[in-house]
Design a protein around this ligand. Structure first.
Ligand SMILES: Cc1cc2nc3c(=O)[nH]c(=O)nc-3n(C[C@H](O)[C@H](O)[C@H](O)COP(=O)(O)OP(=O)(O)OC[C@H]3O[C@@H](n4cnc5c(N)ncnc54)[C@H](O)[C@@H]3O)c2cc1C
Length: 532
């Protein structure tokens, strides 16, 4: 089998097929989870919002979320929302509570608790930053996950069961034999083009699906919708908070382990999928909405933004946020491309189910009898509870926070990672990543660039955004990959430039001052090779 696309869906398909004993090649043009999956709100959720127009997606999403949080139990954390209600909101407090009462019926499917109604005083006691104008609030519970690690855990398990998985490898053509699609041509990072033959090719390229379809001459119609987030490198609140935008859409400020995501927009997107910019207007749209429920939001300093494009199924007319999050599996045999399957639409929260349905269809076509085991089989690092934090802290002499973060990425494999990587020195003063983990990720987790290191272990994810640690990270990765001194500088410079593009739209007054400082500290680096 060839699976094209190493987002969470493609990684899930590769895992499912490998566990059924098939021979799989998984190809990703960038890095694991670096497409839409990584730019999501990092939530495994049931989809309260879809209750208004698509109950079935809410049900499926809750069922599969329950399975995902079980097989990835060491990677997920509870996300507790406060849903504040203001006097002129689209939905008054009774309507909000009615929706949550219905949602409560689904919550046990994903091991979440039912809602509670809070008086304004209770809500303000829990989160004093809320507007004093609130007329009440509800609580609601979802799950948080690092989508990069969730994606990579699926890749890892696929590899563990015999798959080959190549990142930075782009599929450029489909190989045809008359009506049949019999393989792919792909370009490896060194520029070489290679061909792989396969009995089936699965297109799991999310918003890029139509491009792969075009290679086989089959139309795949999507309605791609762009969404951005503002990222804060710390928690603004211990609670996640919802807000209503000026046009009545639901927005979320999500409190993850050590950082906050504030988003998201949802706009039809017609541009270049490989170059999705964040506009200052989009940032203002989000801040305007949150200022209403959380008046001091503009006092907090964001560190960057993220942007992604939803692979939403095509439908004419409804506004973007009313589009269904259903998924569709297309067998292209009927369009004259036997052996090609596309899995499109859906959510991170039901990637496993999408992968299972896709793998079922492929196996049926091949007459392969094995059944899916992904609903109950733990992902690597999630087979049991991790060792107590205090034990690892004492043995490895690293701070408790570093251990907790490491466990959220590696689960039960923490000691293996620390033992093999050697030094327990921290890379950065502000984001506690050990050098050992970076060494391990470079040796065993396909880190090839510093942006890969950011996704795999959180290099430069803290408030310094790389100013204090990116050169050291380049040293550590460069030593493992045999980079020359120039290559190490080039890698750091490339990272700094890429990060700057995501940061510029959110720099306020203090942000620019910080940026001047950071750029100053990296000036010699940025000037190398005559660059200004
Ligand atoms: C702003 C935003 C917030 C969201 N929040 C949530 C959320 O909190 N929870 C949730 O459940 N869902 C959320 N979603 C939806 C969810 O992120 C997506 O449905 C899901 O991640 C799609 O995964 P995917 O693997 O199908 O696509 P992707 O993650 O985009 O993966 C497709 C991959 O294919 C690769 N590719 C493309 N062309 C080629 C080629 N020629 N050769 C090789 N590789 C190729 C790409 O590089 C990419 O990595 C959100 C979406 C957005 C945009």
């Amino acid at each position: 089998m060839v699976v094209v696309g190493g987002g969470v869906t493609g990684a899930g398909v590769a895992r499912d097929l490998s566990l059924r004993g098939l021979s799989v090649l998984l190809l990703e043009k960038g890095d694991w989870g670096a497409g839409t999956s990584g730019s999501s709100s990092w939530m495994i959720h049931g989809g309260l919002r879809y209750l208004e127009y698509d109950w079935d997606t809410t049900r499926l999403s809750n069922v599969d979320s329950g399975r995902i949080v079980t097989i990835a139990r060491n990677f997920v954390s509870r996300v507790l929302f406060i849903v504040p209600v203001l006097p002129h909101d689209l939905n008054n407090i009774e309507r909000v509570e009615t929706a949550l009462e219905v949602y409560d019926g689904y919550q046990p499917l994903k091991h979440s608790h039912p809602h509670r109604r809070l008086t304004p005083e209770e809500a303000l006691r829990a989160e004093p930053g809320l507007s004093p104008d609130i007329v009440g609030a509800m609580t609601m519970e979802e799950w948080g996950v690092d989508p990069h690690r969730l994606t990579f855990a699926n890749v890892q398990d696929a590899i563990g069961h015999g798959a080959r998985a190549l990142n930075h490898t782009r599929v450029t053509e489909l190989v045809r034999d008359g009506r049949r699609v019999i393989g792919v041509r792909y370009r490896t990072p060194d520029g070489a083009t290679t061909e792989a033959r396969a009995r089936a090719v699965v297109n799991a390229t999310g918003p890029w699906s139509s491009q792969i379809g075009a290679m086989a001459g089959v139309p795949i119609e999507l309605r791609p919708a762009k969404g951005i987030h503002i990222v804060y490198a710390h928690r603004i609140s211990n609670f996640s908070i919802s807000a209503e935008s000026i046009d009545g859409r639901d927005l979320l400020m999500v409190a993850h382990a050590g950082f906050t995501l504030l988003g998201t927009t949802d706009d039809d997107f017609y541009g270049d999928l490989d170059s999705v910019d964040v506009l200052e207007d989009e940032v203002d749209y989000l801040l305007q909405a949150f200022e209403r429920v959380f008046p001091r939001i503009r006092d907090y300093r964001p560190v960057r933004t993220t942007a992604g494009v939803r692979p939403t199924l095509f439908k004419w007319r409804p506004n973007e946020d009313r589009l269904s999050r259903r998924h569709e599996l297309i067998d292209h045999a009927a369009q004259g491309a036997d052996g090609l399957f596309t899995i499109a639409g859906g959510k991170l929260s039901m990637y496993r189910l999408m992968a299972e349905e896709t793998s079922d269809a492929v196996c049926r076509r091949l007459g392969h009898q094995a059944r899916s085991t992904t609903a109950t089989r733990p992902l690597p690092g999630n087979e049991s509870d991790p060792a107590p934090v205090a034990e690892i802290t004492a043995r490895c002499e690293i701070p408790a926070l570093a251990v907790i973060k490491l466990q959220s990425r590696q689960g039960t494999n923490v000691e293996k990672v620390l033992d093999e990587g050697g030094t327990s020195r921290l890379l950065c003063r502000c984001e506690p990543v050990t050098e050992a983990e970076l060494v391990y990720a470079t040796r065993h987790e396909q880190v090839r660039t510093l942006a890969d290191a950011f996704r795999r272990v959180g290099v430069a994810a803290g408030p310094c955004a790389g100013a204090a640690c990116i050169l050291r990270a380049a040293e550590v990765v460069g030593k493992e990959l045999g980079w020359s001194a120039t290559q190490r500088f080039d890698a750091a410079r490339e990272f700094v430039r890429g990060a700057w593009l995501g940061r510029a739209p959110v720099l306020g007054h203090a942000g620019w001052a910080q940026e001047e400082l950071a750029q100053g500290s990296l000036r010699p680096l940025l000037r190398t090779n005559g660059a200004r």
